[in-house]
Design a protein around this ligand. Sequence first.
Ligand SMILES: [Fe+2]
Ligand SMILES: [Fe+2]
Length: 276
Amino acid sequence: MFQHSPLVRSSHFSPPESTDTHGMKQDSVVRIAAVGDLHCSFISPEFLRTVCDEMKERADVVVLCGDLTHHGNPEEANTLLECLQIFSCPVLAVLGNHDHEHGKADIIRQILEEAGIIILDGTSHTINGVDFIGVKGFGGGFGDYALQPWGEAIMKEFVQETQQEARKFEAALRQSTNTHRVAILHYSPIRETVEGEAKEIIPFLGSSMFEEALMHYPVNVVFHGHAHHGKMEGRTSNHIPVWNVAMPLLHRTNPAMLPFFVHTLKLATPIDHHET
Ligand SMILES: [Fe+2]
Ligand SMILES: [Fe+2]
C-alpha cells in the first residue's frame, strides 16, 4: 500500500489553521509533527525513511500514535529504529494493538526506549513547558452504545481493559501541572474521527471513556491513530481539537504530500476548551 510512490513529492499535510507560524518567534511555538500507524515493515522502511527525513525539517517534537510495527515483531522495531534515529528532537510514542500482536510489546518498548524514544503508557513527559500525556487506549464504543461491563466474564474483561487504560490516562492528566498539555492515544476518544469506518468495527476503534477524562482535564490538542479509514478532524464535547493522524488516512486525504501532520502549538495561547 505504501511503496515509495512518484505521487509523493514533498512536504507534509497540514491545514492552514495549524501552520500559522508567520511572524511568530520560534520560541513562542512548539511544532508537533504527528503520525500514527507506521506499520513497519508492511509500510516499506524506505518510504518511512523519506517521511522521517521530511519530518525532521518540520518538527520540534515528533509524536507517534501507535501501530509502530505491523506484526509486533522486535525485528520490525529495530527496522523502524533505523528510520527514527535521524531525529535530534524528542520523539514520543504510544504503542498500538499491532505492537501487541506477538506478545512482545515489552521487548518492542525496550528496544525503542533504549534508543531514546519516549514511550508513554499512562505517563507524561514535559518538553519546553508542554506536558505530553499518552496512553494506548482500547475499544468499547461511544456514547449510549458503548459496551457495558455486564453479563459474561469475557465481556466484563473487555470493558475492564478499557477502564484500566482510561484510569491510567486520567491519572496522568490529573497530575499534569503545566498550562499546555497534549494528549496522545492510539485508539480514538471520540466517534467523529472514526466516521468512515465500517459501522460493525466502530466499537473496536475507541471509547468515550477517554473523552470523559478529557472533559475533566482538558488539553490543547489530542492526536490518535488506529482508524485508517476514519476522518482526520473532530472535537470532543468540550471542543478540544482531535486529530486522527493514521498514516494511511493522511496518505489518502492528500496523496501528493508525505503523510504526517504538523500542529503548531502557540505557547502564548492557554487551553481554550470552549472555542468553536
Ligand atoms: Fe493501524
Ligand atoms: Fe491499530
